[in-house]
Design a protein. Structure first.
Length: 116
């Protein structure tokens, strides 16, 4: 059973930064794509950023230029660096991995709250 474990969430003031981490229980080369989604109260879950096994990235329009997704193939970890955070970035952030099955695997989520 593959597991994804997120960490790094918390409370930050507007304009601040956070780095989320997603550690996989096996080599991330096993996944065709990994990504970060978020879900705010009363809203559907949305893709924030994705990265393929080849390193190609994509971002939701509202986070372009502020968020950066990256991967460490040695540590089997994917990161989301979030800068210039805004109150509207407040949500539960979920790590996702897509296997070659294809099967979606989800982490448990980590809360990010942007508030003064």
């Amino acid at each position: 059973q593959v597991q994804l474990v997120e960490s790094g969430g918390g409370l930050v003031q507007p304009g601040g930064s956070l780095r989320l981490s997603c550690a996989a229980s096996r080599s991330i080369f096993w996944f065709t794509r990994m990504g970060w989604y978020r879900q705010a109260p009363g809203k559907p879950r949305e893709l924030v950023a994705g990265i393929t096994s080849g390193g190609s990235t994509n971002y939701e329009d509202s986070v372009k230029g502020r968020f950066t997704i990256s991967r460490d193939n040695v540590k089997n970890t994917v990161y989301l660096q979030m800068n210039s955070l805004k109150p509207e970035d407040t949500a539960v952030y979920y790590c996702n991995a897509l296997t070659r099955g294809p099967v979606d695997i989800w982490g448990q989520g980590t809360q990010v709250t942007v508030s003064s």
